[in-house]
Design a binder for this molecule. Structure first.
Ligand code: SAH
Length: 354
């Protein structure tokens, strides 16, 4: 028991742990240890971000995907899904709406859709940049070549999200078909960082086959990559996937990991994810109280939201964009935080002196 508290102190002081220590900490965690951890996590969160929660407007551009990841509802083998692809004008319209609501970051996410050519994406990125000079653009379009990442960066993209999903090679094989590889996923992440993107990685919590040993690899990989952002959320089964009958991840473990990430890397951009809000109506509030400082409300046109079904029962698929913002702002205010109208960049320097 004592040992767990010592490990939390050590992580906070040294910002890293050895593999065996990670495993011991994850295996030995308890509600008391979590309470101790979250208090520390909030101290760092407050120091760097005050009571402000950064927002990113999520635009789910396409649900076409050439990949077949075993956990994902928009995998190519899901024949029952109606596919859609937003046109440039529709995406621009989402940005216009989002800007009026207060969003200063737009996240363009999608499956790996071959119909989105490099030229089309570069055009789109520069059109958004021209219209909204004070906004950041985040892309989350999967694995691309160095040249394509570079072209998109030069067109104006600021950030890129690409979760590594799991840093354990044999676990990676359990979650993905043979044509995908952890090596390429990591190559992409290091390319993105080298090009100069604010880079986000992350993983699902409680994916099939994940144990503290795998999570230890995830935490050590994150330490090695030094990303600017880490997105973690519970695995939630989707009925049309090979993992339909697998158990989902828990709120408890997700929150504990959020707390650990906050004290390991205090300036990290750490979202309280939609998946966390899906398995618990108070999930995002709990995420913020465990150290998260970002939320990503949905800005996609309502007509497509239900079709971007990564997992079952995803929340906010019927909301207007404005409802997403106001609803979340209200939720945040109830726990003493508020949404910020700001790009919410990763800051090298301390930004809050509260
Ligand atoms: N094609 C892009 C975007 C993928 S969707 C890419 O490869 O990065 C965004 C994230 O949703 C994924 O990285 C994955 O971690 C998460 N996700 C997919 N299926 C999920 C599920 N069943 N439960 C929880 N999260 C899931």
């Amino acid at each position: 028991m004592e040992r767990i508290f010592e490990l939390i102190d050590k992580l906070e002081e040294e910002n890293c742990l050895a593999r065996e220590e990670w495993i011991a900490l994850l295996k030995g965690r308890s509600p008391k240890a979590a309470e101790y951890l979250f208090e520390k996590a909030r101290k760092w969160q407050k120091k760097y971000f005050g009571n402000k929660i950064y927002t990113r407007g999520l635009i789910e551009c396409t649900n076409f995907c050439k990949n077949d990841c075993y956990y994902c509802g928009i995998r190519r083998s899901n024949r029952s899904l109606q596919r859609y692809r937003l046109a440039k004008e529709e995406i621009m319209e989402c940005c216009r709406l989002g800007y009026d609501l207060g969003f200063r970051t737009f996240v363009l996410q999608g499956g790996e859709d071959g119909a989105y050519s490099q030229k089309m994406l570069e055009d789109l990125v520069s059109a958004i940049k021209d219209s909204y000079e004070d906004c950041a653009i985040t892309l989350s379009m999967g694995e691309l070549s160095y040249e394509r990442y570079l072209g998109l960066f030069q067109a104006g993209a600021d950030r890129y999200l690409l979760r590594h999903e799991t840093a354990d090679g044999s676990h990676y094989r359990k979650l993905h078909p043979p044509e995908l590889s952890l090596d390429n996923r990591k190559r992409c992440l290091f390319d993105l960082k080298n090009i100069g993107y604010q880079t986000g990685t992350g993983f699902m919590v409680g994916s099939p086959g994940q144990a503290p040993e795998q999570l230890a690899e995830d935490m050590m990989f994150i330490r090695e990559l030094e990303p600017h952002m880490v997105g973690i959320g519970p695995f939630v089964p989707h009925h049309e996937t090979p993992f339909a009958r697998e158990p989902g991840g828990t709120v408890e473990l997700t929150l504990f990991l959020l707390g650990l990430l906050r004290i390991m890397m205090p300036k990290l951009l750490l979202p309280a994810t939609t998946a966390l809000g899906t398995i618990d109506p108070m999930g995002r509030e709990k995420g913020v109280l465990a150290g998260a400082n970002v939320v990503m409300p949905n800005l996609s046109p309502i007509s497509v939201r239900k079709k971007y079904e990564l997992y079952d029962n995803k929340i906010c698929t019927g909301d207007e964009a404005a409802e997403s913002w106001n609803h979340l702002n209200q939720k945040m205010k109830q726990i003493g935080y508020e949404l910020a109208v700001s790009r919410g960049d990763y800051k090298e320097e301390e930004i809050c002196t509260m």
